[in-house]
Ligand binder design. Structure first.
Ligand code: IPM
Ligand code: MG
Length: 402
């Protein structure tokens, strides 16, 4: 089942409106989380409400109080009951998780990773595209040169198995961290990457460290070669992860779709986000590809506790993530409109974060909503709108797979 079919299956028809016109209704679970998470998510949710009115669908949001505050108060991360409740939603939107008062790894593993694995969100799709009018801190990188998507395997690698820490506190203290790599998970990521590349510039790059991680590297390479046979129209090649970080900075145009393991994907997507204008602008989609559970959408940035409550957080990453969510649910025109509106607002900002933005998190959200109304009045945003690849790379990834 494609994600689009999966989301249609989840959808509830509401035929009770007086006009007898059926409206789609979506149940969204919203997890604000920690630090700037609730602020940026709030702006994204307000955009969704407005889009629903303009494009004729209902968004029913249930807020879930999860994260550091909840954990410190109750000692609970996420219970099985909450997992079951989340499972009854069409999609999950999450702000950010992480708090200096909680030991590193507790919230990340106990909350985000638990949801990703429990709901079999096997790929994490992270577009990195520089929009015209947005500056990259990397000299000479232009929009024509930076339009790529990182497809990150999302449930395995070094994220999966935990490890062993023995002889703690002795001079022989020893730690072992294991990397899990299974064929089905790699197939899911690679297959998705090829399908996505087909919609874009027909090029998949496997990124790994086959020169050091020989066994896992071989499984990844073999899988790419096998699946590549079935996509003669898509070119595929390979780069080492360390070289990839250099190429991203020097020649981002050499990439279209990068498929990679969980940890490499984590590192490279932060780098790619900075190249495309800043980590605050980057969205991600944790996709359940077979419709067995909801997918989850989040900005890739962290909780930035140092600027929480100051208005210095840019909500664009969260809003772009909401656009990916809309597209995944099948509301593609609304998704394109939200994305175009956000790009337009970013183009008018003197800086992408902090007080230098010249306006607050809430004001940026308001500007995006105003722009959405304008665009909707003008008839929405056509499928072909934007630069080549624009919508293919971002909002359409969750809704259409070749
Ligand atoms: C990300 C984050 C997460 C990750 C953390 C918060 C668990 O860095 O989504 O990129 O490492 O995957
Ligand atoms: Mg990360």
């Amino acid at each position: 089942m494609t994600p689009a079919e999966a989301s249609r299956r989840h959808r509830v028809q509401d035929d009770t409106s007086p006009s007898a016109v059926s409206r789609h209704s979506y149940r969204l679970a919203a997890i604000g989380g920690d630090g700037i998470g609730p602020e940026v998510l709030n702006e994204a949710l307000r955009c969704l409400d407005d889009l629903g009115e303009l494009f004729g669908f209902d968004v029913r949001t249930s807020k879930f109080d999860l994260g550091a505050e909840h954990y410190l108060r109750t000692g609970e991360l996420i219970t099985d009951e909450v997992i079951e409740e989340l499972a009854r939603h069409d999609a999950i939107l999450i702000g950010a998780v992480g708090d200096p008062r909680v030991e590193s790894g507790v919230l990340e593993r106990g909350l985000i990773l638990r949801i990703r694995t429990e709901f079999n969100q096997s790929v994490n799709v992270r577009p990195a595209q520089l929009f015209s009018g947005v500056d990259s801190i990397v000299k000479n990188v232009t929009p024509e040169r930076c339009d790529l998507v990182i497809v990150r395997e999302n449930t395995e690698g070094l994220y999966a198995s935990g490890g062993i820490y023995s002889h703690e506190g002795t001079p022989w203290a020893t730690a072992l961290e294991l990397s899990l790599n299974t064929k089905p998970a790699i197939v899911a990521a690679v297959e998705f990457a090829f399908q996505l590349a087909r919609l874009r510039r027909q090029h998949v790059t496997l990124c790994h460290k086959t020169n050091i991680l020989i066994e896992a590297g071989r499984l990844w390479s073999d899988t790419v070669n096998e699946i590549g046979e079935r996509y003669p129209d898509v070119r595929h090649d390979y780069v080492h992860a360390d070289a990839c970080s250099v190429h991203l900075l020097e020649r981002p145009e050499m990439f279209d779709v990068i498929v990679t393991d969980n940890l490499f994907g984590d590192l490279l997507s932060d780098l790619a986000a900075v190249i495309q204008g800043g980590i605050g602008l980057a969205p991600s989609a944790n996709l359940n590809l077979n419709g067995t559970a909801p997918s989850m959408f989040e900005p890739i940035h962290g909780s930035a506790p140092d600027i929480a409550g100051t208005g210095g957080a840019n909500p664009a990453g969260a809003i772009f993530a909401a656009a990916m969510c809309l597209s995944h649910l099948g509301e593609r025109e609304a998704a394109r409109t939200l994305e175009a509106a956000t790009i337009h607002v970013l183009q008018g900002l003197p800086a992408m974060r902090g007080p230098q933005m010249g306006c607050t998190t809430g004001e940026i959200g308001k500007r995006v909503r105003d722009e959405v109304v304008m665009l909707a009045r003008e008839g929405g945003v056509a499928e072909e709108g934007g630069a080549p690849g624009t919508f293919r790379s971002r909002t359409d990834v969750g809704s259409e797979r070749g």
